[in-house]
Write a protein that binds this ligand. Structure first.
Ligand SMILES: Nc1ncnc2c1ncn2[C@@H]1O[C@H](COP(=O)(O)OP(=O)(O)O)[C@@H](O)[C@H]1O
Ligand SMILES: [Mg+2]
Length: 402
């Protein structure tokens, strides 16, 4: 029996841990939170803060693990790579892990490779911030060099916005670095790219629609297939694969985030080296019948991923509507009552829905990924109809606030 180590054991990892065990693997899991839901699911649970890489390597050695992985946790990606390297296990390599999690390093590699992307500049202080704005212009986007989930991400309309937000963006970066980029108007696309033995192919491309206002970077709706026309879709696939190769990923699941502009260009926002959060694994399952977790588990232990596992089995249009407030189907306020999801689940086309809320907590206007408090996934004959269904079903979610 093979043993795998899960780095991080939160909500996203719990199901994957259960699946690994059901598939005959022994699971060791680490998380700094003793209450992390995935720890209870593992064969062996160790309460370790994974930012302490040496401690994680120690756990991996002591249990003689055959593979190491994480699901959806960007901060764990460099740790997984370091553990794999230290123990001589299959992994993406620490260099690739670095350039796929550090936005400035990533932009430099992509620039060298000629991958289309927004103008950018690295920023450590207000002085450099002004120089960056001179270079990229306004509006711009300010973000921590190495964070995620839209934490510390701001759209800058004026130079005053820079002074207002820079300290927050820097504070979200463990290395006190930020990046300023030209704000690119366009339709955001999420890709899933499977890489085996250095060969990459795009599995899905979907629209990632975003709310207006301060939450401009939050994915609140996914629509599959993407709604752009064939030429730009092909360009998007080419750019996604080009970026993945440039960043040096040879075996893994990549998550390219792209912007498709009205004038037909496709630019890279970033490319992560992991299974995305935000129900993208569910998207792959319902839309093309591919189980990303199965792929990640096989790759973690260095087994070959056959076409039957990696390639699409069908194409099913769908939409995912996240439950957000202001804008979104949820109300803002303190939750007093959460009704059942029965009506939502019974709505035509709905294949999956969930609410993660508890009585007493406060629902705020959507600003971060973490403000998504549930989702509805609907399928239909077309992506447009799937979106209508998901929107309509989301209105049936019954949450009372005061
Ligand atoms: N240069 C840009 N132009 C327009 N929108 C952007 C730009 N950079 C980021 N965004 C928006 O902000 C979101 C978060 O940015 P991203 O770089 O992916 O950071 P995170 O690590 O928080 O996901 C993106 O998904 C996109 O919607
Ligand atoms: Mg992102």
């Amino acid at each position: 029996m093979k043993t795998v180590l899960f780095v991080g054991a939160g909500r996203h990892q719990r199901r994957a841990i259960a699946q690994a065990r059901a598939g005959g693997l022994r699971v060791v899991a680490v998380d700094r939170n003793p209450e992390a839901p995935g720890l209870a699911e593992a064969d062996i649970a160790e309460v370790v803060d994974f930012s302490d890489v040496d401690a994680v390597i120690e756990v991996a050695r002591s249990h003689a693990v055959d593979g190491v992985l994480t699901i959806s946790a960007d901060r764990a990606v460099p740790v997984v790579a370091a553990v794999a390297e230290a123990l001589g296990l299959p992994g993406i390599g620490t260099e690739t892990a670095y350039v796929m999690t550090q936005k400035i390093a990533m932009r430099r590699v992509l620039a060298d490779a000629g991958v289309p992307q927004p103008e950018f500049a690295a920023v450590r202080n207000v002085h450099e911030g002004y120089a960056a704005l001179d270079r990229v212009g306004l509006p711009a986007v300010l973000k921590p060099a190495d964070s995620g989930g839209q934490r510390g991400v701001f759209r800058l309309e004026t130079a005053d916005d820079l002074e207002r937000h820079l300290h927050v963006a820097l504070a979200e970066s463990p290395t006190d670095e930020a990046i300023i980029e030209a704000y690119v108007e366009g339709l955001e696309l999420n890709g899933l790219v499977i890489v085996r033995d250095g060969e990459a192919f795009p599995l899905t491309l979907s629209d990632r629609l975003r709310p207006p206002g301060i939450g401009f970077g939050v994915g609140w709706i996914h629509v599959y297939p993407a709604t752009i026309y064939a030429d730009q879709l092909e360009a998007a696939e080419r750019v996604a694969v080009h970026a993945v190769h440039a960043l040096g990923l040879r075996d893994g699941i990549a998550f390219p985030q792209l912007l498709a502009t009205d004038d037909g260009r496709v630019l890279v926002i970033e490319v992560a080296a992991r299974i995305p959060g935000g129900q993208m694994a569910d998207l792959a399952r319902h839309a093309v019948g591919v189980d990303l977790i199965e792929i990640a588990l096989l790759q973690a232990v260095g087994e070959n991923v056959p076409d039957e596992v990696a390639r699409p089995r069908f194409t099913q249009p769908l939409a995912i509507r996240f439950l957000t407030a202001s804008p979104g189907p949820l109300p803002t306020g303190t939750v007093t009552e959460i009704g059942s999801l029965e009506k939502v689940s019974a709505f035509p086309g709905v294949v999956q829905a969930d609410v993660y809320l508890s009585v007493g907590e406060t629902i705020r206007p959507v600003r971060l990924d973490g403000d998504r408090r549930g989702y509805v996934i609907a399928i239909a004959d077309t992506n447009v109809e799937a979106l209508e269904r998901a929107e309509a079903a989301a209105q049936l979610v019954d949450v009372v606030v005061e």
